[in-house]
Design a binder for this molecule. Structure first.
Ligand code: ADP
Length: 187
């Protein structure tokens, strides 16, 4: 599990991470893994995991670390991740950072870069089905539990910060430029 690019996308809820994750996945030929998407899929199918996760998601809280860490271990052990991956929405807490560090170390590999997606217009709008207090709470949870991870990874020299304003393709271009400065490219 040593070749390929391993990167994280971190940013506040509603910052358009999923859109950029899909673009980068295509450009870099690595799977984009969104813990939010995996949880939503499980909720929809009423799996045991989905039933446990639903109440936290509805309230705008993080799903407990133990559930989330088990889920990501299973996902990263699948074959398509052996040549690298992009994580969107994980890790979100310092406990998850520790878990991911341990997982990567066990597999003899490490992260290459952490893309910090800065806020864009209307980031506090949330999804149409969220009520306002849930949107506000999700932003608070981000500020308290996830924003500090930028410093954790920053102190390792891994963070590139990207201005999230502008067209989707412009933002993707900005990210790809920063990655290529670090020797990461799609070819
Ligand atoms: P957004 O992109 O708007 O931040 P996500 O789609 O990433 O939202 O996540 C939706 C919900 O799934 C979160 O509000 C949270 O309840 C749960 N979730 C997703 N990823 C994680 C994670 N790494 N740790 C804990 N909960 C998570």
């Amino acid at each position: 599990m040593t070749s390929g690019t391993r990167l994280l996308l971190i940013g506040p809820p509603g910052a358009g991470k999923g859109t950029q994750a899909a673009k980068l996945s295509e450009a870099l030929h690595i799977p984009a893994i969104s813990t939010g998407d995996i949880f939503r899929h499980n909720v929809k199918n009423e799996t045991p995991l989905g039933l446990k996760a639903k109440e936290y998601m509805d309230a705008g809280d993080n799903v407990p670390d133990s559930l989330t860490n088990d889920l990501i271990t299973d996902r990263l052990e699948q074959d398509d991740c052996s040549g690298g991956f992009l994580l969107d929405g994980y890790p979100r807490t310092t406990d998850q950072v520790r878990h991911l560090d341990g997982f990567l170390a066990e597999h003899g590999t490490s992260l290459d870069v952490v893309v910090e997606r800065l806020r864009k217009r209307a980031m506090d709008q949330g999804r149409s089905d969220d009520d306002e207090s849930v949107v506000r709470h999700r932003l608070e949870v981000y500020g308290e539990q996830t924003a500090p991870l930028i410093d954790v990874y920053g102190s390792r020299g891994l963070v590139v910060a990207i201005d999230g304003l502008g067209e989707i393709s412009e933002v993707t271009g900005r990210i790809m430029d920063k990655l290529s400065e670090r020797g990461i490219s799609g070819s």
